[in-house]
Write a protein that binds this ligand. Structure first.
Ligand SMILES: Nc1ncnc2c1ncn2[C@@H]1O[C@H](COP(=O)(O)OP(=O)(O)OP(=O)(O)O)[C@@H](O)[C@H]1O
Ligand SMILES: [Mg+2]
Length: 138
């Protein structure tokens, strides 16, 4: 267990996933990559400049959120952060393949879903398609 990829969307369940990933990484002396995907904007009716501005704001917010998490590791573990735009499940799976992750850690739910459903659509796609082990944190 050398490389752990953890998916963070700013939700409470994904913060729990990050916490759990850190615990595991410490035990296994593994490195952590935290990925946050900004969902593609389907705001076709907006002007290009508005879309660019919204995208910039979201990227800035995400970057700040990731900095806080990295700071909380206090240099005890190697932590890398990655921000992508696009389809969250696809981008997370692509990053896992790219870094040859041994484990992907996600939350059971995210920012949008209703908790009455068993799993969110992103985490369930990852469980279905990942080439490595997946830990879904509740
Ligand atoms: N945009 C994203 N970037 C990074 N990780 C994500 C993103 N969206 C979801 N995840 C990961 O997947 C986990 C489950 O979220 P998911 O989106 O599947 O559930 P949901 O938001 O409750 O439901 P849905 O999005 O299907 O309506 C999150 O806790 C997080 O680990
Ligand atoms: Mg979601």
């Amino acid at each position: 267990m050398k490389k752990i990829l953890v998916a963070h969307d700013g939700s409470r369940p994904s913060s729990k996933a990050v916490k759990k990933a850190f615990e595991i990484a410490e035990k296994f002396q593994a490195s952590i990559t935290i990925i946050s995907v900004i969902p593609e904007l389907f705001l076709t009716e907006l002007m290009e400049i508005d879309r660019a501005r919204i995208s910039e704001t979201l990227t800035g917010e995400t970057a700040r959120m990731m900095e806080k998490i990295t700071a909380s590791a206090k240099g005890l573990l190697p932590v890398k952060t990655v921000i992508r735009q696009g389809n969250p499940a696809e981008e997370i799976l692509a990053e896992a393949a790219k870094i040859r992750a041994d484990l992907i850690v996600t939350g059971s739910h995210g920012r949008h879903g209703a908790e009455k459903f068993l799993l969110g659509s992103v985490s369930s796609k990852i469980v279905d398609h990942a080439a490595c082990a997946v830990l879904v944190v509740k």
